[in-house]
Design a protein around this ligand. Structure first.
Ligand code: ZN
Length: 202
């Protein structure tokens, strides 16, 4: 059996990670690892974790890492795309143990003003977690706006992302930065041009 490859998409909240992963999942049959969803799935079998999530408590980085590790080991033979992880220097350090499967870390870059504009129009499906940039779309569940997408909350999240991101050193990985103001389809194309050039095979 072939060993599955991993591609990581990182970027500030609102930079389009989810849309890109969704596109890649549908078009190229990647398995999209959605961290939040995965943690909630685990919580169904772990009452302590479940309680923490219910109370909105902080989930320790070590526990999140462990859940991700289990998932990646279980899906050894699948090509996986991960969005929004690793998020911190410590998580990146931990993730080095999956370096042998990780082809690329892809950083979606967008300026602050554009990010803020995007998240203010962002609507999320309450069932499948799909993201839309207007409320005129329809999906399998009710669309809602995240409270932490409100301007003041968002600026704090963005500040945290910038701080964490500046502390991360990607030199051990193939790292590619790309302007995220383009369409999802064009960004995916650029990603694949890079992958082809690197002779990365899937
Ligand atoms: Zn939906």
């Amino acid at each position: 059996m072939n060993l599955g490859k991993i591609i990581i998409i990182i970027g500030a909240p609102g930079s389009g990670k989810f849309s890109l992963c969704d596109f890649l999942e549908k078009k190229y049959n990647f398995l999209h690892l959605k961290i939040t969803k995965l943690v909630y799935e685990y919580a169904k079998k772990d009452p302590v974790l479940e309680k923490k999530l219910e109370n909105g408590e902080f989930i320790e980085e070590g526990q999140v890492n462990e859940i991700i590790e289990n998932f990646l080991n279980y899906n050894k033979n699948r090509n996986i795309i991960i969005s929004g992880y690793p998020r911190t220097k410590n998580q990146l350090e931990f993730f080095k143990k999956f370096k042998y499967r990780t082809e690329l870390i892809f950083y979606l870059k967008l300026d602050d003003e554009e990010l803020l504009k995007r998240v203010q129009n962002r609507h999320i499906c309450s069932v499948c977690d799909n993201r839309f940039f207007s409320n005129k779309e329809s999906c399998c569940g009710v669309l809602f706006k995240r409270q932490d997408d409100e301007e003041n909350f968002y600026k704090k999240r963005l500040g945290l992302f910038v701080k964490d991101h500046s502390e991360m050193d990607f030199k051990d990985f193939n790292f590619l930065e790309i302007d995220s103001s383009d369409s999802t389809e064009n960004i995916a194309k650029k990603l694949f041009i890079y992958i082809t050039r690197m002779n990365i095979t899937f």
